[in-house]
Ligand binder design. Structure first.
Ligand SMILES: Nc1ncnc2c1ncn2[C@@H]1O[C@H](COP(=O)(O)OP(=O)(O)OP(=O)(O)O)[C@@H](O)[C@H]1O
Length: 591
């Protein structure tokens, strides 16, 4: 189970960040050193201005020349330090967050299926994208503040106090007013921005669904209501956006006032002291300059704290995912056997406690034999396949592959024993050749061609202008459902695993292509132990054993012939399908 921290402790945040920053110590040290140099240069600049004014008033021309040189040196050193600081934080931030994203993606592929199924995919993706981006911007934009700001604040306070403690106290008089105004203004903005992002996220997800369901939207003429729904959410987001803009326009003069108030107070009181001869011009100018530097750093603190809080949340969510338990990696790879490749012994399973989806199921898969699972939708056919692949563990009974309990198998070695063609014919971005090669990454091109012939895919691939090099996947050539299915079958054929799992493998094919693929599969399944799920019963008539499932238990079992001789569920099911097909054919004849 993946935790979902709303907040994170300081320790967890620091250790979560440290883990990824540690390899880039050089970059961190460069950034920290550059921060210190930049702070020293800025502080020295103010001190030198005071020296310059004092010496100018005393007509010390030679010393002034030396100070000018020092000012130039400080400006150049400050520029250099800022260059290294920006470069180093940008570089190690990008690298550390890149590593973080890779680690998250790797972890995602290692999580148990039950965890992935129970999470919202949007939430998992958001940890890899939004949370990681928030950390990346914090490192590149805020890392400086961690060392630069404290140096400036502490040094400025000491320097201001040493210049004139009374004037320093006057500047502090503005602090409570500043804090009060900051709090007053930022509160509604915090609330409105969380409303704004919430509404925007809702609007985006509705828009995403509308794009994904474009065909249905058009076919049902739902454009208007769909568009109205999307528009409604965007209007809601926009209204919150307006409120933020209004609040920000109020905030701007207040922020300027926050910056200026201490300076204005000190200018008035400092001017009075200077006119009274109690304060030198150099001291007054240096004081006001240093005060401005101090204020710039302190007004950033609330923002920095808010930013650090949200980054701590992001680090927490990422750490939760990185620390979520992964699928077990123990167990052994056993030697394949010829007979009884798979034994399912009295297996009972439910996704939730006390709600069995599969009850007391037993069967055997042997090389060269095909077992078919038949049953109405939701009767548990795919669940049995998932149990064989050890995506879930049975609560009762046992499953043995090559004579060994799945619990004793290493999961990777176990899954190497299976070639799967699932209901969802998913093609990855890349060429057709790449997609077939996923079955066996060491295969040469001839083997890929061979596999495509077994799957009945060779001729349509040859007809494509770029043949096996055709790009497929989301942005590639659009293939038909049947073509995609044949590529999935070719991928499974290339794997040459001893056990074949076909989950509605020919469901997307028309009758003619289905017959072709069926013929190919018959040759292909001869060397395999095959478990097939089919809705179209015509495709499994030749199976060695048919298991008729009813609400998770085997209601009937036998060959097609045997089951047809009983007046049971299968016969009923078969005749209903045949009658439907017949009715469809008659309808076609009347057209
Ligand atoms: N990950 C899951 N978590 C909880 N329940 C699930 C999960 N997967 C499937 N189920 C439930 O288990 C039952 C059996 O589902 P399964 O997919 O095995 O049926 P099926 O016979 O393959 O159906 P179909 O022919 O429609 O594909 C259904 O009630 C389904 O809602």
């Amino acid at each position: 189970m993946i935790q979902n921290s709303k907040s994170s402790t300081l320790r967890k945040t620091i250790s979560g960040l440290y883990r990824f920053i540690r390899p880039y110590k050089g970059g961190v040290i460069t950034a920290l050193t550059a921060s210190v140099i930049a702070a020293i240069c800025d502080l020295a600049g103010v001190y030198l201005i005071k020296q310059m004014i004092d010496n100018a008033l005393a007509s010390e021309t030679q010393r002034i020349a030396m100070i000018v040189v020092l000012v130039v040196v400080m400006v150049l050193a400050g520029l250099g330090a800022n260059y290294f600081l920006t470069y180093a934080t940008g570089r190690f931030g990008t690298k550390a967050v890149g590593d973080m994203r890779n680690a998250l993606a790797a972890r995602l592929s290692e999580l148990p299926m039950s965890d992935v199924e129970s999470e919202r995919s949007g939430d998992l993706v958001s940890r890899v994208t939004n949370d990681a981006s928030a950390i990346e911007s914090f490192i590149s934009e805020r890392f400086t503040n961690l060392i630069y700001s404290p140096i400036i604040v502490v040094s400025a306070l000491i320097y201001l106090g040493s210049l004139n403690w009374k004037l320093t106290l006057v500047s502090f008089a503005a602090t409570p007013i500043m804090m009060y105004i900051a709090n007053l203004i930022s509160k509604p903005i915090d609330e409105q921005s969380s409303n704004y992002y919430g509404a925007l996220a809702e609007a985006n997800s509705v828009a995403q669904e509308a794009i994904a369901g474009n065909t249905i939207t058009k076919a049902f003429n739902l454009q208007k209501p769909m568009y109205a729904k999307v528009e409604g959410f965007y209007y809601k987001a926009m209204r919150n956006g307006f409120k933020i803009a209004k609040q920000e326009s109020l905030m701007r003069p207040s922020v300027v006032m926050m910056y200026e108030l201490p300076v204005v107070l000190c200018t008035i009181y400092g001017g009075y002291l200077a006119v009274s001869g109690l304060l030198g011009a150099g001291v007054l100018v240096a004081f006001l300059q240093m005060l401005r530097m101090l204020v710039i750093q302190t007004v950033q603190i609330p923002d920095l704290v808010a930013n650090a809080r949200s980054v701590a949340g992001a680090v927490g969510r990422i750490t939760d995912m990185l620390e979520a338990p992964i699928e077990r990696t123990d167990g052994r790879a056993f030697t394949p056997v010829e007979k009884g490749l798979v034994l399912v012994e009295d297996v009972t399973f439910g996704y939730e406690k006390d709600k069995n989806i599969i009850s007391g199921v037993s069967f055997t898969l042997t090389k060269g034999q095909t077992v078919a699972l038949v049953g109405s939708s939701g009767s548990g056919k795919s669940t049995i396949l998932n149990l064989l692949l050890s995506f879930h563990e049975p609560q009762k009974g046992a499953i043995r592959v090559h004579g060994h309990d799945l619990k004793d198998w290493n999961l990777k070695a176990l899954r190497d024993q299976f070639a799967v063609v699932s209901q969802d014919t998913f093609l990855f971005p890349g060429t057709i050749e790449d997609n077939i090669r996923l079955g066996n990454r060491d295969a040469d091109f001839n083997q890929i061609v061979e596999a495509s012939k077994i799957a009945g895919a060779y001729s349509f691939i040859q007809d494509l202008p770029e043949g096996f090099q055709t790009q497929v996947g989301e942005r590639g050539t659009v293939l038909s459902g049947g073509q995609k299915q044949r590529i999935s079958i070719a991928r499974a054929a290339l794997k040459k695993a001893p056990i074949l799992l076909l989950d509605e493998a020919t469901s997307a094919l028309d009758t003619e292509s289905e017959a072709q693929v069926q013929q190919a599969l018959e040759v292909f399944t001869k060397d395999h132990a095959t478990l097939v799920i089919a809705h179209r019963l015509s495709t499994i008539k030749m199976a060695d054993e048919i298991l008729m499932l009813d609400q998770g238990h085997i209601a009937e079992r036998g060959t097609h012939q045997e089951l047809m001789e009983q007046d049971g569920l299968y016969r009923h099911y078969y005749l209903r399908q045949s009658n439907e097909n017949l009715a469809n054919e008659e309808d076609l004849e009347h057209v």
